[in-house]
Design a protein around this ligand. Structure first.
Ligand SMILES: Nc1ncnc2c1ncn2[C@@H]1O[C@H](COP(=O)(O)OP(=O)(O)OP(=O)(O)O)[C@@H](O)[C@H]1O
Ligand SMILES: [Mg+2]
Length: 237
């Protein structure tokens, strides 16, 4: 089967694969509220690598994900995915690139209440112009949710919603997966299940994954742990 969404590096690509952030600086707010959310952050995440970011509230973790996911543009510095400099893309092309190349998983799963688990995945496939023959079953099975394909979010547990959120983020076979606090609403067993699944899927699909978490109990699943403090990133001890 030909999959038109298979990611081929764009013409302007360099050899670097995965996610690369160079010296990103971003200030937010104005006047008295102005704060340097990112103060010279550099980060490389290789395909298949699973990196965790920990650090205090307000240290800039979500800001880093926003910049990595082309949801925010740094004031200076560079973000590239598969060698494509996001700053070189027009607004429209950046949105398109985001849709096809980047997956997001949020704290609550962020599912659409009226849609079944299968339809959450079908919708993303459709929005991304994926194949008409798309069958969500395989991805739902990969996250252990094939049996709940017809359930709506209100008919799923917190951990199950999170697993559907992960499957949905993988529909476009993204190069980069950005995950903000995926276990905040989950108990210990479910947290391990969800983060273990993220690790497994990152490796299996060769996705460069960055997960922000406060949950030190799940760090064993990650290849690398970095700490964010006052907009700066350091290796965690
Ligand atoms: N729109 C905004 N305007 C002004 N300041 C902002 C804005 N958004 C975030 N900030 C500030 O930027 C800094 C970084 O915020 P960010 O959301 O990245 O932190 P975080 O590490 O994700 O925190 P948390 O763990 O609480 O989610 C904080 O000081 C925050 O108050
Ligand atoms: Mg945050």
């Amino acid at each position: 089967m030909t999959d038109t969404r298979t990611l081929t590096p764009p013409a302007t690509a360099t050899a670097s694969a995965g996610l690369s952030i160079r010296d990103a600086v971003m200030e937010l707010g104005d006047g008295d509220t102005r704060v340097r959310a990112l103060d010279g952050v550099s980060l490389d995440v290789a395909p298949g690598e699973f990196v965790a970011i920990v650090g205090p509230s307000g240290s800039g973790k979500s800001s880093l994900l926003a910049v990595a996911g082309a949801l925010a543009t740094p004031d200076s510095g560079q973000v590239s995915i598969h060698g494509q400099d996001l700053g070189q893309l027009s607004r429209a092309r950046r949105a398109d690139f985001r849709l096809h190349t980047i997956g997001f998983v949020f704290q609550s799963g962020n599912l659409i209440p009226a849609l079944t688990a299968a339809d959450q995945l079908r919708l993303v496939n459709k929005l991304a112009g994926g194949p008409r023959s798309f069958d969500p079953t395989e991805l739902l099975a990969a996250v252990g949710m094939a049996g709940k394909a017809k359930n709506r979010p209100g008919q799923l547990s917190g951990g199950e919603r999170q697993r559907v959120g992960i499957a949905r983020a993988l529909v476009t076979r993204p190069s980069v997966l950005l995950v903000d606090e995926p276990t905040a609403a989950l108990d210990r067993a479910r947290s391990h299940e969800v983060v273990g699944l993220l690790a497994e899927q990152s490796r299996e699909f060769g996705v460069a994954t960055v997960m922000v978490t406060h949950d030190h109990g799940v760090l064993e699943h990650c290849d690398r742990v970095l700490e964010m403090t006052d907009g700066r990133l350091t290796a965690s001890v």
